[in-house]
Design a protein around this ligand. Structure first.
Ligand SMILES: [Ca+2]
Length: 389
């Protein structure tokens, strides 16, 4: 744990000899906080330090205003992993006040400038936006994969890691895409069609362009792996890491957004079965001796989605977070103390009647069951199960 205490995350000089991180406390917590840390008091810092992993926007990881608080958290929990969140293949438009960015969030400004010549343009020469203020970058340059862009992104990450003493233990990619996504709310304001390679054939009709779009994302993840080594944790959001073994193998964990339904509306049963399947041995690669997936749902509340995330994490051997309507960490409210797992997760029953997923722990049993429709029927930690054993 000395390496983590010293703030050493990934290394550009090769694999760091990090020991496996044993999970000592179940359930395993992860903090997800996509805002400034400035308002965190001692109590919040103490609660955050109870987690195994913490995800912050990449620019917040590298901000001087965060360093004191991140240092306190590392002192309280030397095993915690600090992960920088950044959107895949895109850049935010800049607010006019760049002097604030220069002093407080310099990574935002340097990243913006680094990729300034890589914006994607539509057939009508409009900027290609994915979300409000988020511009898609072009994965294709001169008809081939835009490797310059990958080099610039990895190079800037390396520069900031070095300057900060390796503050980040890994990166979260938000999110991998099968195809470019333009949010329906802004589609009306994006004029023209997608044509990354500018050959006059729009993306929807250009299979070579489609292939390069996806391939770029794989090569980006591969470049980060090669540069920062096997113990630099990569966590992927989006559908591809859940279904594509090639991409999953480049990842060490999956960020399950809006779990169990995910943004594309799976049934609760399908969500849990997918989670369990993804955590099978060998699908994701290990970093620091383990994988780093987490169940999240910002539409959470204690008795529904948050507890479902917690129970699912115990079944799948991953982490969970609690959220109350936003990506702002506000502490822990659930109180489940299962102790260590005593055996593997088992699935009983049938898809056309009731399906039950269970796992024994020292202090009881996790049990989740579903109706034939895939809707959840029962989800609990049953402490009585240990007394009857
Ligand atoms: Ca084209």
């Amino acid at each position: 744990m000395v390496a983590a205490a010293a703030g050493c995350g990934g290394s550009s000089t090769g694999p760091s000899p990090a020991p496996p991180v044993p999970a000592l406390v179940y359930p395993e917590k992860a903090v997800v906080h996509w805002q400034s840390l400035e308002s965190w008091d001692a109590a919040t810092i103490g609660e955050a330090a109870k987690s195994d992993l913490m995800i912050l926007p990449i620019e917040r990881c590298f901000s001087k205003e965060s360093q004191g608080i991140l240092g306190q958290i590392r002192r309280l929990n030397p095993g915690i992993q600090i992960i920088g969140y950044r959107s895949v293949l895109s850049v935010l438009t800049l607010y006019p006040d760049t002097s604030y960015l220069r002093t407080t969030l310099p990574y935002v400004l340097d990243y913006y400038n680094a990729v300034r010549d890589d914006w994607a343009w539509t057939t009508a020469h409009d900027t290609l936006m994915m979300w409000k203020d988020l511009i898609l970058l072009n994965p294709i340059k001169n008809g081939a994969l835009n490797r310059d862009l990958i080099d610039k992104m990895v190079g800037l990450l390396d520069e900031y890691q070095a300057k900060s003493g390796g503050v980040m233990d890994g990166i979260m990619h938000d999110y991998f895409m099968d195809d470019p996504y333009i949010n329906p709310y802004i589609r009306g304001s994006v004029i023209g069609d997608i044509d990354f390679d500018g050959d006059g054939v729009v993306y929807a009709d250009d299979s070579e362009e489609q292939d390069l779009f996806y391939r770029w994302q794989l090569e980006y993840a591969k470049a980060i792996r090669e540069h920062f080594g096997p113990n630099f944790i990569q966590i992927g959001n989006g559908a591809p890491p859940q279904v594509d073994a090639e991409l999953a193998h480049l990842m060490n964990g999956i960020f399950y957004e809006l779990y169990p339904n995910n943004p594309w509306g799976m049934t609760d049963r399908a969500g849990l079965l997918r989670l369990l399947d993804n955590q099978r041995s060998g699908y994701l690669s290990k970093a620091k001796g383990r994988t780093w997936s987490l169940c999240t749902n910002e539409k959470g509340n204690a008795n529904y989605n948050n507890i479902f995330c917690l129970l699912s994490s115990l079944l799948a051997g991953c982490m969970y977070t609690e959220m109350q309507g936003s990506y702002v960490f506000s502490g822990w409210t659930l109180d489940v103390e299962p102790g260590a797992p005593l055996g593997p997760t088992t699935i009983e029953g049938k898809m056309d009647s009731v399906l039950t997923v269970r796992r024994p722990f020292k202090n009881g049993e996790v049990r989740i069951s579903f109706y034939d429709t895939g809707r959840r029927q029962l989800w609990l930690f049953d402490a009585a199960a240990s007394r009857s054993r």
